[in-house]
Design a protein around this ligand. Structure first.
Ligand SMILES: Cc1cc2nc3c(=O)[nH]c(=O)nc-3n(C[C@H](O)[C@H](O)[C@H](O)COP(=O)(O)O)c2cc1C
Length: 328
């Protein structure tokens, strides 16, 4: 019988994400379809361009955080530690991968416990909305406190849960659960997708809650239905292939979300360059994020690899050459 425990699943996710092609194949995030005006007369000196950002009361050296990815197994500790150290060095934020494992299997807590490596960064832990009913607010509060996190990210991932062989696609009542945690937790709560995008109607629902920010995590980057299909049986494989490209691409999702909410938005899903970050900001994001490129650089070159991949000058030169975006 293959080991399908939560901890083993986390290891499989990372192995597949590192080794296989798991990006959308029939959809782009919308960055290449969006053109930003090239500004030949920017009326600012290049050295005066600053990218410092405030998000939920925290300072970021540029508007970016590493998306929630991993933890939950001793083999994964090094990835989280390297990401944390790189984020501390760069003054940016970090999301831990689903910290459900730290509740279900307390022995895995140390794989998420990165605060000592990154004392100053914005750090967020992560739980799935379809599992919230199983946890009291006080248990979740303890988790956030023990990991010394500044926020809790709740991921909503209907497509992934449907394809995942151990999935829990029980989404009835989730909006009330989100509201319970957002109202009662001491730290701010962020809701995110996992790369299939939040539609305007979902953002409209979230707008009515006490959630502090929304990460639209749009389609066009990493496909979680693809990853889950590669782990499962023939049934999961067929389902995953069918839904490989499901979702709302990042730029349209951000544009739609901005019309529904005044809450801060995070633009993510296929963000691969400073230009992509800028395009997210132009259509209303306050922060941007990405996952898989960071995992790849950590694998190749550890902390230094991540730092070199995240060269913030890309963002400032993009800003220098551009003013405001417009759709083609
Ligand atoms: C290896 C890996 C593990 C992930 N685990 C989680 C997770 O536990 N919780 C979550 O909210 N998102 C998770 N994600 C999704 C990412 O946070 C992100 O939303 C998604 O990969 C799209 O971003 P990208 O195109 O930059 O990879 C994971 C992504 C990767 C690559």
């Amino acid at each position: 019988m293959p080991d399908s425990s939560i901890t083993h699943r986390k290891v499989e996710h990372v192995e597949i994400a590192r080794k296989k092609h798991v990006q959308f194949t029939e959809k782009t995030p919308g960055f290449s379809e969006m053109e930003i005006e090239y500004l030949s007369l920017p009326e600012i000196d290049a050295e005066k361009i600053q990218t410092k950002t405030q998000f939920l009361g925290h300072s970021f050296s540029f508007p970016y955080m590493v998306s929630s990815m991993t933890g939950g197994h001793a083999q994964l500790s090094k990835i989280n530690q390297d990401i944390a150290r790189a984020c501390e060095q760069m003054g940016i934020g970090m999301g831990l991968g689903s910290t459900r494992a730290a509740i279900e299997k307390p022995a895995t807590f140390s794989s998420f416990d990165v605060r000592k490596h990154a004392p100053h960064i914005f750090l967020a832990c992560n739980l799935g909305v379809s599992q919230l009913k199983g946890y009291s607010t006080s248990r979740i509060q303890k988790l956030v406190n023990d990991l010394q996190c500044d926020a809790l990210i709740l991921h909503t991932n209907a497509a992934q849960e449907i394809v995942q062989k151990e999935g829990t696609p029980q989404f009835a009542g989730c909006i009330n659960e989100i509201q319970r945690i957002a109202t009662q937790l001491k730290q701010p709560v962020i809701v995110k997708e996992v790369g299939n995008g939040l539609s305007p109607s979902v953002v409209k629902l979230l707008e009515k809650t006490k959630v502090s920010a929304i990460d639209i995590a749009g389609a066009g980057g990493t496909s979680w239905t693809a990853i889950e299909s590669m782990r499962g049986s023939m049934d999961n494989k067929e389902l995953g292939e069918k839904y490989w490209n499901v979702g709302i691409p990042t730029i349209p999702a951000l544009i739609g979300a901005r019309k529904q909410t005044k809450k801060p938005l995070i633009g993510s899903g296929g963000v691969r360059s400073g230009q992509d970050m800028l395009k997210c900001m132009v259509v209303g994001a306050s922060l941007t994020a990405s996952a898989i490129p960071i995992l790849a650089m950590q694998d190749k070159k550890g902390v230094n690899g991540i730092v070199s991949r995240l060269n913030p000058s890309a963002m400032s030169s993009a800003r220098e050459c551009s003013s405001r975006g417009r759709k083609k």
